[in-house]
Design a protein around this ligand. Structure first.
Ligand code: XIL
Length: 366
């Protein structure tokens, strides 16, 4: 079986039968997953791949669970788009990483432009967290409770939550989250933690604040929006992941993509991208408490990169026609070569959603 997989990788991308989630599980991860969007079904080859549990065992909604989607006006909650994604995960027997609750961006204006005191903002935050998490209770393996609270220099972003409540809002958010769904793994999630040690240390400070306040926190999500030529070495990435493991936490790459800055790409760029994807996945394999890897979309036609970083793109494992790129083959080969090298994270958890919310191992100590 393994020889067949390797042989198919070597014979060329169109014949690749290696499947990311299946290989990731054999290599001891809980999942290999992807961000999904309600519009995925407009591209059938992409949609079919996204529903194949052998390739993707976990979904994160790209936008459907954000504040502007779930509570567009105060106290009025709407879950239609997110429900569709969660139901897709349930029928495919996939895990859900749910995303996100306390974030400065994609906030409706009634929150971002409101004038708040400490008490009123605390109440707004609690209402939002308990309604949204309550609605999806039992269906989310993990929640990104607080997202992107740090500037790149490691200081706290002066966002509406920070302005009204101060840094005690971190622990409050985690307390409200634990009360709303006690089984969900609760994460702090941010970008550039892989690049900037001062920012990575900022996340350590947030974790310690939450822990010191007696609130549960189970993991740090490193978004992993990488740029070719800038991705740190596998060793350095491992070192960063271990900062959070040392605090008793799980870690995960939650939004991986590796963008190419100068388009159109050439053969060198495509090979660098493959190597940097391998370094990212390899560093997760090197850290026993790295739970899994989520790519932020897997096809170049569906990536958020070209819109957000004009001039950059081609950041995904599959091209715009949903054909695997060298990065896909290299990641598959790496995962295949890691088969059996670390114990399975929790085999039962990845088979059904119901059991997945009660992982049998790696219970957080925080
Ligand atoms: C992105 C979405 O993919 C885009 O569609 C949207 O326009 C902007 O947000 N960090 C996060 C994600 O935590 O929620 C962001 O998703 C990408 C960066």
């Amino acid at each position: 079986m393994k020889i067949e997989i390797l042989a198919s990788i070597l014979t060329g991308p169109l014949l690749v039968v290696a499947q990311l989630h299946a290989l990731a599980k054999d290599a001891g991860l809980l999942y290999f997953g992807t961000a999904v969007s309600p519009s995925d079904s407009s591209d059938q080859p992409y949609y079919r791949l996204s529903n194949d549990i052998k390739n993707f065992g976990q979904y994160t909604p790209d936008n459907a669970q954000k504040w502007d989607a779930t509570e567009p006006s105060r106290g009025r909650f709407s879950y239609g788009q997110a429900d569709a994604i969660v139901n897709r995960a349930i029928s495919n027997k996939m895990l859900m990483r749910c995303h996100t609750l306390v974030w400065y961006s994609q906030l409706p204006s009634w929150v971002s432009s409101g004038s708040w005191t400490k008490d009123t903002m605390t109440s707004v935050m609690q209402t939002h967290i308990s309604n949204v998490m309550g609605h999806f209770k039992g269906k989310c393996y993990a929640w990104d409770v607080v997202n992107e609270a740090l500037e790149d220099d490691g200081t706290y972003r002066n966002n509406p939550f920070m302005k009204a409540i101060g840094d005690s809002h971190f622990a409050l958010a985690f307390k409200f989250a634990a009360a709303a769904d006690p089984e969900a793994k609760l994460y702090y999630n941010d970008y550039n933690l892989e690049y900037f040690p001062v920012k990575a240390d900022g996340a350590v400070r947030i974790v310690k604040l939450v822990q010191a306040a007696g609130a549960p926190i189970h993991g740090v999500g490193l978004q992993a929006h990488m740029t070719i030529g800038r991705t740190p070495s596998r060793e350095n990435l491992t070192w960063t992941l271990n900062k959070y493991v040392a605090l008793g936490l799980d870690v995960a790459y939650t939004e991986l993509d590796v963008r190419i800055k100068n388009l159109p790409s050439n053969a060198t760029g495509i090979q660098m991208q493959a190597k940097e994807y391998v370094d990212m996945v390899g560093s997760c394999l090197d850290v026993p408490r790295c739970v899994g890897i989520t790519v932020w979309g897997f096809g170049d036609a569906h990536s958020w990169i070209p819109q957000t970083f004009p001039g950059a793109g081609e950041a995904c494992l599959f091209d715009k026609n949903s054909k695997p790129k060298p990065a896909f083959s290299s990641v598959s080969a790496l995962l295949a070569s890691a088969s059996g090298k670390r114990p399975p994270w929790n085999t039962a958890a990845s088979t059904t959603l119901a059991t997945a919310v009660k992982p049998a191992v790696a219970t957080p100590t925080a």
